[in-house]
Design a binder for this molecule. Sequence first.
Ligand SMILES: Nc1ncnc2c1ncn2[C@@H]1O[C@H](COP(=O)(O)OP(=O)(O)O)[C@@H](O)[C@H]1O
Ligand SMILES: [Mg+2]
Length: 265
Amino acid sequence: MSMTHDPAAPRPPRAGARTLAVTSGKGGVGKTFVTANLAAALAARGQKVLVLDADLGLANLDVVLNLHPKLTLHDVFTEKATLEQAILPAPGGFSVLLAGSGMVEYSRLTPEVRDKLLHIIELVRPRFDWVLLDTGAGISDVVLFAVSLAQDVLVVATPEPTSLTDAYATIKVLATQQERRHLGLVVNQANRVGEGRLICGQLQQVLQRFVGSAPGQEFRLELFGEVRADPSVRQAVLKRQLMLEHYPGCDAAQAIRALASKLLG
Ligand SMILES: Nc1ncnc2c1ncn2[C@@H]1O[C@H](COP(=O)(O)OP(=O)(O)O)[C@@H](O)[C@H]1O
Ligand SMILES: [Mg+2]
């Protein structure tokens, strides 16, 4: 059978969005910052992007984006709203589905929460090119489940020893429990150029001893981005603005655009 595509033949239906979870070992390392700005960078490249606020207990994407939604994921879960009503346009040209403050009850993983999240991902995938999941930190059931919904994973870590220890623990769990053989690392708040590469190499070395030593099953941690500690990030958060829109020339914005380029191949 020929592998050449016949342009007259109907195109197969799109398999759906590429799903990418952004997670971390420790909290406060920049997951929401990376997710929101990466979404804007992908949108600027013509991609249709949805960010799902999957940090169910401690959602704060609404704060970063300065959105005050009337309807949220909570209302979709309880069938008080349809997806159409709860998916909102965000500054930066992408769409968001915010968790809202009523989600505390979903911070524990029950069969109901599992089913609802799975169902929502199935519903949104055909409508977007990318679905980014801004997850919680750590290795609780609910975080690991949210991550398990995504095809690809970016682990965000800062160079601080506490963040690296927790990143290591998270990566080890994802490699063993979810049998992931390839994970992306984003070193955020780097202090100098090249720090990301150094950290990624060190983590990879330690990990190799514990996971994926079988031939053909080697584990690979790939450096997806290095974002420098940049005062513009804090400024943008304080002003509740998207860094990529308001400080497009800063170091961190360039790093986020490079991350988007890498994802787009
Ligand atoms: N590259 C960076 N440079 C400077 N400050 C940063 C950077 N990334 C994140 N921050 C700061 O860290 C805070 C926490 O980031 P956030 O994305 O909310 O973390 P998480 O979602 O992982 O809990 C931000 O409000 C911002 O002030
Ligand atoms: Mg967050």
